[in-house]
Design a protein around this ligand. Structure first.
Ligand code: FES
Length: 105
C-alpha cells in the first residue's frame, strides 16, 4: 500500500529565484523548483542520469540542463530533450497557497 499524497509547503513565491531554479528540501528529499513564465514547476533535484544536482545546472525557459553531462529535461512534464538524458525525470504537481509554493508528494 502506498501512502496518500499530500501538499507540502516549500518556500514563499517571493523567495523563488526569478526565471531560475531554486533548491528546497522536504524531509530527506531535494526538490528543484522552476520559476517560469507559465508558472512554477517542481522535480527531484538529482538528475536521473548520473545524480548531479540540477539546481546547479542552466535553466532557460522550460528546460533545465544538467551541469554534469548537459542532458536536458522539459520541466513541465519531465521529458528528456537532450542526451544523455533518456528517461523522464520525476515531476510534482505544484500550487500557490497564500503566497506559498506547495508541491504534491
Ligand atoms: S548526470 Fe545529468 S546528464 Fe549525466
Amino acid at each position: 500500500m502506498t501512502a496518500a499524497k499530500a501538499w507540502h509547503d516549500t518556500i514563499e513565491v517571493s523567495d523563488l529565484e526569478k526565471n531560475w531554479v531554486t533548491r528546497v528540501e522536504i524531509g530527506t528529499r531535494l526538490i528543484a523548483l522552476y520559476d517560469t513564465p507559465s508558472g512554477v514547476y517542481a522535480s527531484l533535484a538529482l538528475c536521473n542520469h548520473g545524480g548531479a544536482d540540477l539546481c546547479d545546472g542552466y535553466f532557460d525557459g522550460h528546460v533545465i540542463e544538467c551541469p554534469l553531462h548537459q542532458g536536458a529535461f522539459d520541466v513541465r512534464d519531465g521529458s528528456p530533450v537532450a542526451p544523455p538524458a533518456t528517461r523522464a525525470m520525476r515531476v510534482f504537481e505544484t500550487r500557490i497557497e497564500d503566497g506559498m509554493v506547495q508541491i504534491l508528494l
